[in-house]
Design a binder for this molecule. Structure first.
Ligand SMILES: [Mg+2]
Length: 195
């Protein structure tokens, strides 16, 4: 248990894809290989039922590196939506950064641009009740850069000492997986955040 308690129910989640909603398969471009992390479908449903806005924010440098195309990305996204059992429009907006790491990019995490644009588009959102959820420091830094909260999940990049120090130093809670985050945020049994 990480002992983290949400003071208020989140109004919006900015969700990383690889290593958070689905398993991180390097440069995923085959829809057949999209694989949900256990409990994610139910967790997404719980968030939507709670009236929480869902956004997707994903770095896809494989496009900029020439490994696959946006068409491949979009095919994988359709498969993700299908596996989640939601409608495409259940994501209020999706931010995709297809650039290679060394190329100029508006949305590539840890850029806060996408989050800030959505906060402007949905003025009812209280930044203190908006969360960036992801498996990497670039995700957590995105939330911090945008002035919202960040949460970590342990289903992607291994949480090493450096990551742990970052989480501790920035009061970013760590959860076993997205389902555990949703249990803590929206209520539910099987509440098993990571330590
Ligand atoms: Mg990730």
């Amino acid at each position: 248990m990480n002992g983290f308690r949400f003071e208020k129910t989140p109004q919006a989640l900015f969700l990383d894809r690889d290593g958070t909603l689905i398993f991180d398969k390097d440069y995923l471009h085959d829809p057949e290989k999209v694989e949900l992390v256990a409990g994610t479908r139910e967790a997404v449903r719980r968030a939507l039922d709670a009236g929480c806005l869902l956004f997707l924010l994903t770095n896809q440098s494989g496009v900029g590196r020439g490994f696959f195309t946006m068409r491949d990305y979009e095919a994988c996204h359709r498969r993700l939506v299908e596996l989640l059992g939601i409608r495409a429009e259940d994501f209020a907006a999706c931010g995709v950064a297809p650039e290679a790491p060394d190329a100029p990019s508006r949305y590539r995490k840890p850029s806060p641009a996408f989050v800030l644009e959505q906060l402007a588009a949905f003025p009812r959102l209280d930044p203190a009740r908006c969360w960036m959820v992801g498996d990497r420091k670039s995700d957590w830094q995105t939330g911090l850069n945008a002035g919202i909260r960040s949460a970590a999940v342990a289903t992607g990049k291994p949480i090493d000492d450096d990551a742990r120090a970052f989480l501790r130093g920035n009061a970013v809670p760590l959860f076993e997986n997205f389902a555990a985050f949703a249990d803590a945020a929206f209520g539910g049994k099987n509440q098993t955040p990571a330590g």
